[in-house]
Design a binder for this molecule. Structure first.
Ligand code: APR
Length: 248
């Protein structure tokens, strides 16, 4: 795969990079996205029945079981070449902040260190009723031993606020980066879908890597339509690895 020479130059000169990822980067690890027709989770399940506090109040066990099923899938999955390429980019680029909407934990398992999880992490729990400290959780039975309440996954549900620190870190990084990647996300869920605009308004080069066109496609400086697990390794190779080899 060949990339425009200007893009190669811009990426080689870049000092501060931000990469926003969505469910698409985990698709090649066998995990469903949310909105892909037929295969997306929201084509099979109704988010309002599973990913809201009201749904949990109505039927905690039903929601806990669904997240247990997703947690199992995430644990069985392996990071793919796209996750690994971003971990490599972190090692080779001057500064890269990875901002993920994914709750599957695959970026951490791929070796990414400098990252924020905007929508939480499915492998962590919270006490639903009283937000008790997590040292007294009965995870197997989905109960908080401190108050007897239910344990919910530590993820952001529809209608809930994002974790303040993570969001502020992501906004500050987007407003100070010189390159912003949007990878494997449909760019329709806010506030994550607004980060590219903050970067653009600050003069950053915006690069989209996505299987299908999104609202960002006509607005990005570069949009590569295809699989993240194919495009990202090729990009990292051409920008950083090839250059090193050529220099030696
Ligand atoms: N490589 C790159 N992109 C891909 C791949 C792939 N292999 N497979 C699918 N995609 C793209 C799809 O074309 C789609 O545009 O990934 C995108 C996934 O979009 P969504 O399913 O909407 O997922 P995401 O953008 O992460 O959703 C945002 O919505 O449901 C909530 O909290 C949930 O974090 C999630 C948020």
């Amino acid at each position: 795969m060949n990339f425009p020479a200007l893009l190669i130059e811009q990426l080689r000169r870049a000092q501060n990079l931000v990469a926003l990822t969505g469910a698409g980067i985990s698709a090649e690890s066998g995990l469903s996205t949310f909105r892909d027709a037929q295969t997306g989770l929201w084509s099979k399940f109704r988010p309002e029945e599973l990913a809201t506090a009201e749904a949990f109040e109505r039927d905690p066990k039903f929601v806990q079981d669904w997240y247990a099923w997703r947690r199992e899938n995430a644990l069985e999955a392996q990071p793919n070449a796209g996750h690994l390429a971003l971990a490599e980019m972190e090692k080779r680029a001057p500064e890269l902040l990875l901002v993920t909407q994914n709750v599957d934990g695959l970026h951490v398992r791929a070796g990414s260190k400098r990252m924020v999880e905007l929508h939480g992490n499915i492998h962590r729990f919270r006490c639903f009723e009283s937000d008790c400290p997590s040292d007294n959780f009965d995870i197997e039975n989905g109960r908080c031993r401190s108050c007897g309440g239910h344990l919910r996954p530590d993820v952001v549900w529809f209608g809930e606020m994002l974790p303040t620190d993570a969001l502020e870190t992501a906004i500050t990084a987007a407003e100070n980066c010189d390159v912003f990647f949007s990878i494997g996300t449909s760019s329709v869920v806010y506030p994550a879908a607004d980060l590219w605009r903050r970067a653009k308004d600050n003069g950053a080069t915006v690069i989209e890597i996505n299987k299908d066109p999104t609202p960002l496609t006509p607005l990005a400086d570069y949009s590569f339509l295809g699989k993240a697990g194919e495009i990202l390794p090729a990009l990292v190779d051409q920008i950083w690895i090839h250059q090193t080899k050529r220099a030696n």
